[in-house]
Design a protein around this ligand. Structure first.
Ligand code: B12
Ligand code: SF4
Length: 497
């Protein structure tokens, strides 16, 4: 009996940018009695369902975007006599769907770390329950990833989680509702141990796969002080102190390490935090620009400009994330956004089209508005857009007051084209220290555009296939530029202790 863990994707690029962490965490949670789990990441190559034997256990992790491909695999694996278990954010939100469409014998909702051994035990005894509540496990029970199962030479960045949950409550995000608003921070030693292991395996670049690396803002502290809420103040200070402790430890790692994370714009006001980030070699951060009204547009862009400048001054390159298709957008918004992204010194940017993700406040409002008799595509209600086959999936779901879906798509594509023109990429690559780094910057910019924009925004399959071929071609040299020399053991770090 073999345990398979499958990360579905309808496109495979041969090389992956970031290691999908859940695969290696669930492998870590698999008791040794079950042998070596077979890990399959379809962003590298398609899963060979024909290799599944009757009695095998197939664990499939899905988010909304890859749920349909996950269901296809689940049904086929089930048909071959395997016991199929679904997990991940989408299965947490739609457990019945995974059973009805994905051939799931069981669905794990929430965190898989603690419950997975029980699921495996039930599966081997033919006693699977339809649903398991994995809940939100405490940080001290997060299972470390089993990095020795990584296929060699296939990924550019490792991924280590330092905190789960986010105290904010953005209307377009499901994280605060599924992972909770209480930040669950992992012990510093455990995080550092994983990073050291990744470095020993040749990873210089590590993504801190957190919902929000900056869970306590200066405003939160000031508010607790104003309210004279001593208990809250102490709790916030403790969380903040742990962040600084972690960054101090990252600063002791070899200086060629590069970390990337996600933070909110408020971090830009926190000089001490930014200084600590710089010392810790956290050199990149995804910063989102939230929904804005026309009146608020100027202010938001101004604060993004200021925030971007502050981050760049502290050596943190910004990946700006901008949303198009909001009701307040006008044709002029697209060029204005591209201008802001350029003026703020953003190193990378993504321009995504408003997609109502289930589990969010925005999704619920939209679903209510569209109603049960709403539009259908390929016989599927658009409120279940992830079930529409890729080739027919609309790019814009929320009707816009002044622009057609095609106009929004074309204008979004034009902003990508402009931001990622070779001339502009080359100019931006000046933010890196060496020629090799500039080359890496150019390649990763082109790759990013092919992987995320051209396969996601293009409407015809010929274009998608072309983008996929390009991405495969660029991905290999790109990976080589990111790789470091495997080091063992690390000199001058905690690994000596
Ligand atoms: C890091 C990250 C990324 C990274 C890296 C992705 C990668 N290769 O790993 C990058 C930046 C590339 C990325 C991109 C995107 N992301 Co992202 N990402 C995350 C983030 C912050 C952390 C994911 C992670 O590694 N967590 C650590 C692991 C250990 O946790 P986990 O995946 O949740 O797995 C646990 C459980 O879910 C469960 N589990 C998971 N699978 C399975 C399977 C089985 C069988 C079982 C039993 C249990 C189980 O057990 C695990 C351990 O407890 C999540 C937020 C989140 N809280 O999930 C968003 C998140 C997953 N991303 C999201 C989105 C929307 C995207 C993008 C579409 C953004 C965009 N517009 O471009 C793209 C899509 C990329 C793609 N094509 O897949 C959404 C998904 C929403 C949804 N309903 O699907 C999330 C939830 C964030 C959000 N704001 O809502 N992302
Ligand atoms: S978008 Fe970011 S800041 Fe907002 S709730 Fe989600 S994780 Fe938190």
């Amino acid at each position: 009996m073999t345990v398979h863990l499958v990360n579905p994707s309808h496109l495979s690029f041969g090389v992956g940018v970031i290691t999908p962490r859940w695969l290696f965490v669930l492998a870590g949670a698999t008791p040794t009695a079950y042998g070596r789990p077979q890990i399959s990441d379809e962003t590298l190559e398609p899963f060979d369902v024909d290799a599944v034997q009757p009695g095998d256990i197939v664990g499939i992790g899905i988010h909304t975007g890859n749920a349909l491909r996950g269901y296809e695999i689940g049904k086929r694996a089930n048909g071959r006599g395997a016991r199929v278990v679904f997990g991940g954010i989408h299965a947490t939100l739609f457990p019945d769907e995974a059973r009805e469409l994905g051939g799931a014998d069981a669905v794990v909702r929430g965190d898989g770390d603690a419950i997975w051994p029980l699921v495996l035990e039930h599966a081997t005894h033919g006693a699977l329950q339809p649903t398991y509540e994995g809940g939100r496990v405490d940080a001290d029970r997060f299972v470390p990833a089993r990095w020795e199962l990584l296929p060699a030479g296939r990924y550019m960045w490792g991924s280590v989680q330092t905190v789960r949950g986010c105290p904010k409550h953005c209307s377009f995000c499901s994280v605060w509702r599924t992972d909770g608003q209480k930040p669950r921070q992992r012990a510093v030693d455990k995080v550092v141990a994983e990073i050291i292991e990744l470095r020993q395996r040749g990873f210089r670049f590590v993504a801190l796969a957190d919902d929000n690396f900056y869970p306590v803002t200066l405003a939160d502290l000031a508010m607790a002080e104003r309210q004279r809420n001593q208990a809250r103040l102490e709790q916030l200070r403790a969380l903040r102190a742990e962040r600084f402790e972690l960054m101090a430890r990252l600063a002791e790692l070899p200086s060629d390490m590069v970390f990337f994370t996600q933070i909110t714009m408020e971090a830009a006001e926190d000089e001490a935090f930014l200084d600590a980030m710089r010392r810790a070699n956290i050199k990149g951060a995804l910063v989102g620009v939230e929904a804005v009204t026309p009146e608020g547009l100027k202010d938001v862009y101004k604060s993004f400009n200021d925030a971007g400048a502050a981050l760049v001054q502290h050596g943190v390159h910004v990946l700006g994330s901008f949303i198009f298709g909001l009701p307040s957008d006008r044709p002029a918004t697209f060029a204005a956004t591209a201008d802001v992204a350029e003026r703020a010194g953003v190193a990378f940017a993504q321009f995504v089209m408003l997609t109502p993700y289930p589990g969010t406040v925005d999704f619920e409002a939209w679903e209510k508005r569209v109603g049960v008799d709403g539009a259908e595509v390929a016989g599927i209600p658009i409120t279940r857009h992830w079930l529409i086959p890729q080739a027919h999936r609309p790019k814009v779901y929320v009707p816009h007051p002044v622009m057609t879906p095609d106009e929004i798509r074309a204008r979004t594509q034009a902003v990508w084209d402009r931001f990622y023109s070779l001339r502009r990429i080359w100019a931006r690559s000046r933010c890196t220290p060496t020629l090799r780094a500039r080359l890496a910057f150019v390649l990763i910019s082109k790759l990013y555009r092919q992987m995320y924009a051209n396969t996601g925004i293009a409407t015809d399959s010929a274009r998608v296939n072309r983008a996929n071929r390009w991405a495969r071609l660029i991905a290999r040299p790109c990976r080589r530029l990111f790789a470091g020399r495997p080091v063992s053991p690390l000199v001058g770090t905690a690994s000596d202790a």
